[in-house]
Write a protein that binds this ligand. Structure first.
Ligand code: HEM
Length: 206
């Protein structure tokens, strides 16, 4: 029996409640002084890692449909994208507000010294138009085709975020490359699917 979309009306709630739990735990640990010797760096890194993990979950929705034919997770895609943006915003906010305390000169000096920051900043800036146009009214206004084209940017964001992660890793790059491998797999499934669909369409027209 095919699954109706409304069968999973609870899914967005589960994503937001479950997805914001790590942020709440971080805040609690921050207030109780349980974030270690460098609480700002701990919170900054935790939010960066959560942003990248949720972004990968968001990008996994379509490959899951392609490979297994599942559709229920498509309802989660938009919420996972917005949750990833929330964590990226927290990551950015902690860096600017707590780590650099809003000092532009210190941020600029840091960017020169650690170029991975500019890569992260580019990824974040590209995420903003995607978050802003995630509403139904924005889809209507832009039209499906233009909206889809704009939202292809999410792959650029994911690649930049991965580069940011790999460049930032000091000695042990295993975790960063493991995330990169997952992204490569997800992108690979989409590329193979696109090639297959194109060749099928060509056969039909022939
Ligand atoms: C989509 C956007 C972004 C994602 C997904 C992301 C992800 C990450 C990840 C996964 C880490 C490493 C965490 C770890 O090793 O445990 C990290 C570190 C870092 N990110 Fe980002 N980031 C993004 C945007 C930004 C932006 C906009 C900035 C600042 C302008 C930034 C500044 C930093 C800094 C300074 C660190 C290293 C902190 C340290 O060495 O202690 N990131 N980020």
């Amino acid at each position: 029996m095919s699954e109706r979309r409304d069968d999973k009306a609870w899914l967005p709630w589960a994503i937001w409640l479950g997805g914001l739990m790590p942020a709440a735990m971080l805040a609690l640990r921050g207030f109780t002084g349980d974030l270690g010797a460098n609480p700002v760096a701990e919170a900054l890194n935790a939010c960066g890692e959560l942003a990248i993990k949720v972004l990968l979950l968001c990008l996994a929705c379509t490959p899951l449909r392609i490979v297994f034919g599942w559709t229920w997770q498509m309802r989660a895609r938009k919420h996972l994208g917005l949750l990833a943006f929330t964590y990226a915003s927290l990551h950015f906010g902690i860096y600017v507000g707590l780590d650099k305390v809003g000092a532009l000169s210190s941020i600029l000096a840091d960017i020169v010294e650690r170029p991975f920051i500019i890569v992260g900043l580019t990824a974040f800036l590209l995420l903003v138009p995607l978050a802003v146009t995630s509403t139904k009214s924005a889809i209507k206004k832009l039209g499906g085709k233009r909206w889809n084209r704009l939202h292809q940017l999410v792959y650029v964001v994911a690649v930049l975020a991965m580069v940011h992660f790999v460049m930032r890793a000091k000695k042990d790059t295993t975790e960063a490359y493991a995330h990169g491998a997952v992204l490569a797999l997800l992108l690979g499934v989409r590329v193979v699917d696109r090639v297959r669909r194109r060749s099928r369409a060509r056969t039909v027209t022939a």
